[in-house]
Design a protein around this ligand. Structure first.
Ligand SMILES: *Cc1c(COP(=O)(O)O)cnc(C)c1O
Ligand SMILES: [Zn+2]
Length: 403
């Protein structure tokens, strides 16, 4: 790797070479991170004919990027809701709609970055351990880049979730046993078998998520919102988003960094719990239970890092109930956006923090809508949905009489 960039440990600060496959610190087991990029600018030209990795190439530790491995990730819309801003009584409210990625979630950003790094290091095999969006994403990008792809899922995975992974023809393996340990075991198996595991919070996945922040800066003409709210599980995405704003700030592209708010479901909120207990480290949540399955990690591998980050950033952590999540999912749909329950968590959090007067009436909020509602249609059972019926002969009068 020609650019002199290193990994450093987010726990103890030890530095590591970036051209060797290593995701966590050998000394303290905390996640590694690519050191902060201190000089860079947005590539000239239009996003219409650049890939996401090309446009922000200065902010990635790659020498060259193979355009052919892109599926068109990133460059997702930011949608303003005047109606919900008014309802919540805040200045402006935006939704960064990540469901418009190639496999319908933000995970594609980190997968694209992970694949680019894997190829640069000469790997022919990639993998991940996931039950949801990440499995689909890695399977799709593995297929596109023609890499041998290993997907470990937990034994109890629903068929509805399994087949959309299988369609990309990875080596798909159902694993019986503790799902939390599968994360660490897969990293170890990867090191032994030359498989580059692009798990939830590995350094290059975090790098990929920086682009969410970069795009928000561009889309809001570099005028920063007061808050960016991110639904958080493993912690990779929120780390990337914060790092993205920090790097744009360091490089002089923006003149302030928004507060980053970590939003969790109250049925599984290890980071929120530790933050409000003023604990140094997170503790495992026993019996996690929430409808927002995409953020149901009881012992997030980047939990300690996120805890430290939100303290330094001066953001906060917030937890919302399933009832609040379902309500927010319905509110989003009224604005034309169908996100999965985890994706509705930021809006529920914004509403709650406004009611508590943490967010003020003259402030601006961006909610990251992380993935598509079509990924988890079972949540539709929780909504009051109305369907009418009529035969064709009576349809005309039916409409005239009723509406
Ligand atoms: C993965 C995922 C999250 C959580 O992201 P982390 O990086 O694990 O914190 C949130 N929402 C959706 C839809 C996801 O797929
Ligand atoms: Zn360390």
């Amino acid at each position: 790797m020609g650019r002199d960039i290193k990994f450093y440990c987010t726990g103890c600060g030890k530095s590591y070479r970036i051209d060797l496959l290593r995701h966590r610190c050998g000394a303290c087991n905390e996640p590694l991170e690519v050191e902060e990029i201190k000089q860079g600018k947005i590539r000239e030209g239009s996003a219409i004919n650049q890939s996401m990795l090309e446009r922000y190439a200065d902010f990635f530790p790659f020498l060259d990027i193979e355009q052919n491995n892109s599926l068109g990730e990133g460059f997702t819309p930011i949608v303003e809701s005047k109606k919900l801003a008014k309802d919540l009584c805040i200045q402006k409210l935006y939704f960064k709609n990540e469901s418009q990625n190639p496999t319908w979630s933000f995970k594609d950003r980190g997968t694209a970055a992970g694949v680019a790094h894997a190829l640069q290091l000469g790997y022919k095999r990639i993998g991940t351990a996931s039950t949801g969006n990440m499995a689909t994403s890695v399977a799709a990008y593995g297929a596109k880049a023609n890499l041998e792809t290993f997907i470990f899922v937990s034994k109890g995975i629903a068929v509805e979730k399994l087949k959309p992974i299988a369609i990309y023809h990875p080596h798909l393996i159902k694993v019986e046993g503790d799902y939390g340990n599968l994360y660490f075991e897969s990293l170890r198996i990867g090191e032994e078998n030359e498989i580059y595991f692009i798990n939830s919070d590995v350094p290059l996945r975090v790098e990929g998520s920086k682009t969410v922040a970069f795009e928000i800066c561009e889309q809001l003409n570099f005028r920063m919102p007061d808050y960016v709210i991110v639904p958080t599980s493993a912690g990779g995405n929120i780390r990337g988003i914060e790092k993205g704003f920090r790097e744009f700030f360091t490089c002089g592209l923006i003149d302030e960094i928004p507060k980053i708010l970590c939003a969790q479901a109250s049925g599984c909120s290890p980071i929120f719990n530790a933050y409000h207990k003023r604990a140094e480290k997170i503790s495992r949540v026993e019996n996690p239970n929430t409808i927002a399955h995409a953020i149901e990690n009881p012992y997030p591998p980047s939990g300690n890092r996120v805890l430290k980050m939100i303290r330094e950033n001066k953001g906060t952590a917030v937890a919302v109930s399933d009832e609040e999540i379902i309500k927010a999912q319905a509110m989003l749909a009224e604005e034309g956006i169908f996100g999965q329950p985890a994706s509705a968590v930021p809006l529920a959090a914004a509403k709650k923090l406004r009611e508590e007067n943490y967010i003020k009436a003259d402030e601006t909020v961006v909610c990251v809508v992380t993935g598509s509602g079509l990924k988890y249609t079972a949540a539709l059972e929780r909504h009051q949905l109305d369907v009418k019926e009529c035969n064709l002969e009576e349809l005309s009068s039916f409409i005239k009489d009723r509406f």
